[in-house]
Design a protein around this ligand. Sequence first.
Ligand code: SAH
Ligand code: SF4
Ligand code: F3S
Length: 471
Amino acid sequence: MQKPNMLEAKKRNQHEINYTSYKELKDKFGKNKKYFVRTYGCQMNEHDSEKINGMLESVGYKKAESYEDADIVILNTCAIRENAHDKVFGFLGVLKHIKDTTNPDLLVGLCGCMAQEEVVVNEILSKYKYVDFVFGTHNLDNMLNVIKEKIDTNKNQVEVLSYEGDVVEGVPTVRDSIYSAWVDIQYGCDKFCTYCIVPYTRGKQRSRKKEDIVNEVKDLKEKGYKEVTLLGQNVNAYGKDIYDDYNLSNLLSDVSDTGIDRIRFVTSHPWDFTDEMVDVIASRDNIMPYIHLPLQSGSDRILKLMNRRYTSEEYLKLYNQIRSKVKDSSITTDIIVGFPGETEEDFEQTLDLVNKCKFDGAFTFAFSPRENTPAARMEQTVSEEEKMDRLHRLNEVINKYSNEANKKLMDKTVKCLVIGESEKDNTKVCGYTENMKLVNIDGPHSIIGKIVNVKITDTKSFSLDGKYIEE
Ligand code: SAH
Ligand code: SF4
Ligand code: F3S
């Protein structure tokens, strides 16, 4: 057994990172068996689940329709806020019931960021003994060995490393979409924002090699993919750990040169966003004019306590630079309310900045103290009621501006990548504009998978309606 240790997880430079290759397990222990994977968390977790699916299918498992008819259920968890925990433990209760009644042989596994937390693993070992195996984010590629060990020995397995894993290329992947693909460019994070657990659960920053990324994109393009989204917690810091003179702007140019139709990237950190990056985004047609640029707070005092390393003025300068250089751009953000010490005045400074920026949209969160992070040890001065009140007031302003931004698109003709049937109305299809607005489209199913012209006929806060325009 190898349990997580948060102090070890904070250390850097403990291990040299090896670049190795995933070797398929030959014995088909998934033959005639079905799997179900539930994902909580960010795009990186979603992409990890695509690798989990790929590894399971490589040894014969088939996808189950639901967890009720699966032989193995894996929960790929998120630790970013406390409510993520509650959902996971709730679902574990449902799975226990299935094991106790209809399917005693069901294998239940837990992985992802919660698996990297000491408190979680201790709780599982003491109270959730029916969880058959736990593995962490750093040894995802070793998942099949952990499962095999469980099957062979019938002993519960806990394999969580508290130092960063290797960068493993070639892990089999079954992607959810055949048009749009996630591509990891970097793992981990070294920023240590004081509220955030990610540097502990994902380890130090490790960039993938540029040629591996570019080759993956070329391969996706050959397979017919129209869009790639480059993933990392701080994509703007790409390359800093392995190259002297190659950064995100170079990578974006190289990926753009592959000729793939659409390139996106998340998440940007204002700290590492350079002028060259803005210029390359502005100058390349296949780099989409959509930037997610987390602000977190509009108060310099709180930004400092958060260890974000930019001021509200620096943020605004970068924001305006992107707006002026990148044509028809949309910019979204993340904001936390109720950080320890946040006063009404600090909160109003956040509202002020939102009023200046007029974001296209935002994810807003109430501060949630996370295990072992500095902010969790600060005096918690904002009550839950105040947090909810601020969140509510903030969301009203955010929604007003999303609505306004969407209204500007009324009657315009925009390019959409059509990704599938509309969730609201199965006679329609849906897709995304270049600047990442969701459009429900009046058009035939035959345009799914294509980039087409759409005329916007109605706008709402969170989506648009449009009509397909034949070329
Ligand atoms: N790497 C990205 C963010 C990843 S986490 C960045 O640096 O911006 C996504 C969002 O979750 C963060 O932007 C932040 O707004 C929110 N978040 C992270 N930790 C949180 C916490 N402890 N409580 C509330 N929200 C949090
Ligand atoms: Fe967390 Fe900050 Fe790293 Fe983003 S940059 S993952 S918020 S520590
Ligand atoms: Fe959650 Fe881990 Fe992503 S904590 S947000 S799944 S990196």
